[in-house]
Design a protein around this ligand. Structure first.
Ligand code: ZN
Length: 316
């Protein structure tokens, strides 16, 4: 699809034909870590849920631009709304796992993490009748303190992870981690592909650039510069992520500290236009097509440090 880039008056897609990866973390607005001190897990069932409506909004948006992506479901959502899981699958998207209770991994023991993950996988797989291969931790919470989680994921049959954010942040991140897709070599000969969310290098730092609040709040020109940098300089795919509640400016407001409210509520009004701009300008695909799982060609093990393009070539 060729469209005009309004900012430059040229067709970006015509000169930069790479395909990127788009993903959606399917959770309700009250499940986020920033509100965890104000919203108890016990209260989830009595709060007005908006996740079905907002996820259908995402599905319609993707359909409008013929885009397929990966939807990481919170298991609690899959249990409560199994028809939503089926709808996402029926519209041709990949289903993946975003924990059951959306608790940070580093706050759990390995046994608790395994139990939470199994409950989520069961809910998603029971709802749609398909196997789940991908995992994304709530709040990017696989950090240096809990790398054991990767062993658990591999033992539980996951083939890829997208949870390690190579940035400095007060809640998450592994600042020195690799910035492009790679393979974890784990216990007992297991391996797990890792797809980090996109970052750019600026002034000696890794900066987040293509997901959630960073996508909503930073100028659109910055986002376009990121895509151009990935395609022209890095030769890599941009890993994009966002949440259905980011397309829901009318969601109930939760009283929290100012920093949390700024992160959650800034520019919710503008997110739909932002996403439409990206969807019409660039090409996207789900993780499974790159990782070669879920009906795609058999997963090929790539060498340590081999990049996303290497994987894509082996699967094409
Ligand atoms: Zn989440």
């Amino acid at each position: 699809m060729l469209t005009k880039d309004k900012e430059k008056g040229t067709s970006i897609a015509a000169v930069l034909p790479s395909t990127h990866i788009i993903s959606v973390d399917v959770e309700d607005y009250f499940m986020v870590e920033a509100f965890a001190s104000s919203v108890s897990l016990d209260s989830w069932g009595s709060r007005p849920s908006r996740v079905v409506m907002s996820t259908l909004r995402v599905l319609d948006l993707f359909d409008a631009y013929s885009v397929k992506g990966t939807f990481f479901f919170v298991g609690w959502v899959a249990d409560k709304f199994p028809s939503l899981v089926r709808e996402v699958h029926a519209r041709g998207h990949e289903l993946a796992c975003h924990s059951y209770w959306h608790r940070t991994v580093y706050s759990q023991t390995p046994d608790e993490f395994r139990e939470d993950t199994r409950a989520a996988v069961r809910a998603i797989e029971d709802a749609a009748g398909v196997k789940v291969f991908g995992y994304r931790a709530p709040s990017w919470s696989i950090t240096k303190d809990c790398l054991w989680a990767l062993d658990v994921l591999a033992e539980e049959g996951f083939r890829y992870d997208s949870s390690i954010y190579p940035i400095h942040h007060d809640l998450y991140g592994v600042p020195g981690a690799r910035r492009f897709p790679y393979t974890h070599r784990l216990k007992d000969g297991h391996s797990l592909l890792e797809f980090p969310p996109a970052t750019v290098r600026l002034l000696g730092q890794n900066l987040p650039c293509a997901g959630g609040g960073y996508l909503r709040i930073f100028p659109l020109a910055y986002t376009h510069w990121v895509f151009r940098t990935f395609q022209e300089d890095y030769g890599e795919s941009v890993v994009v992520y966002f949440h259905p509640w980011e397309l829901d400016p009318d969601q109930p407001r939760i009283r929290e500290k100012l920093k949390s409210r700024l992160r959650h509520y800034t520019n919710l009004d503008g997110m739909k236009n932002r996403l439409e701009h990206l969807l019409q300008t660039y090409s996207f695909q789900p993780f499974c097509e790159v990782a070669g799982v879920g009906g795609g060609p058999a997963l090929q093990t790539v060498g340590e440090g081999e990049n996303c393009q290497g994987v894509a070539r082996q699967c094409s």
